[in-house]
Design a protein around this ligand. Structure first.
Ligand code: PEP
Length: 243
């Protein structure tokens, strides 16, 4: 299975970073599937850099609608037109900072699919929910209500307490959660659920990537902080399976 390593730059990076970063990626194109998700204004520069390299481009959000009076928002159609193939949806930072409910995430997934973008839908529990033994229920509920019946794309399991903290779940916890997600996906999507890639995200670094990526049902990684430096991101990508 060819694993997918997606880099989420969040609100980081400038135009000046695109050239050096793109050159570093092109100098050692990883054998796994790599997706870079920079802030919206950097998408055109990245698209120009990466055309023809096999490295894919993604946005970090899209609006639910096609066009209209939505100040500050960006449509899935425009993201597609600018050269991206993927879009991260339902990241915990958007669920928290922008009050995105599962219903909103689902509407965004539908908009992404209408634009022929591949959604990367994030799910994950807080530390309070994990401590209360509710992690799997929380994630199951997110999957049920965030994914429309016509869903195709990727799911990213990102425990909120592991994002940007340097803390990661135990291998046993990742195995258990990815197994629970697979179980839910196969019951929710009997035809396709067995094949939907499940990425792990939350403090993935070069030092822990190989161990995490080797776990069952881990189809790749969604990488935040460590995607900002091309050397670190490439070191993580080098740990991924390429066939
Ligand atoms: C993320 O926010 O998607 C993420 C995984 O961040 P980090 O790798 O920095 O924990």
């Amino acid at each position: 299975m060819r694993q997918i390593i997606a880099g989420n730059w969040k609100m980081n990076g400038t135009l000046a970073d695109v050239g050096p970063y793109g050159s570093a990626l092109k100098a050692s194109i990883p054998a796994c599937l790599v997706v870079i998700c920079p802030p919206f204004p950097l998408l055109p520069a990245f698209a120009a850099q990466l055309t023809g390299t096999g490295i894919a481009l993604g946005a970090q959000d899209c609006h639910t609608g096609r066009a209209g009076a939505h100040t500050g928002d960006v449509s899935s159609l425009l993201i597609k037109e600018i050269g991206a193939q993927y879009v991260i949806l339902g990241h915990s930072e958007r669920r928290t900072d922008h009050f995105e409910s599962n219903a909103i995430v689902r509407a965004k997934v539908e908009a992404a699919l209408q634009a022929a973008l591949v959604p990367i839908v994030c799910v994950g529990e807080t530390d309070t929910e994990r401590d209360a033994g509710e992690a799997e229920d929380v994630v199951r509920t997110q999957l049920i209500h965030s994914l429309p019946p016509e869903f195709t794309g990727l799911v990213a399991y990102e425990p909120i307490w592991a994002i940007g903290t340097g803390r990661t779940p135990t291998e046993a916890d990742i195995i258990a959660m990815h197994g629970a997600i697979r179980h839910q996906l196969t019951s929710q999507f009997p035809q396709t659920g067995a094949k939907i890639p499940i990425l792990y995200g939350g403090s993935v670094k070069p030092a822990n990537a190989a161990a995490i990526l080797a776990l069952p049902e881990v189809g790749g990684a969604l990488v935040g902080g460590a995607s900002l430096k091309a050397t670190e991101f490439l070191a993580i990508a080098a740990c991924a399976a390429s066939v």
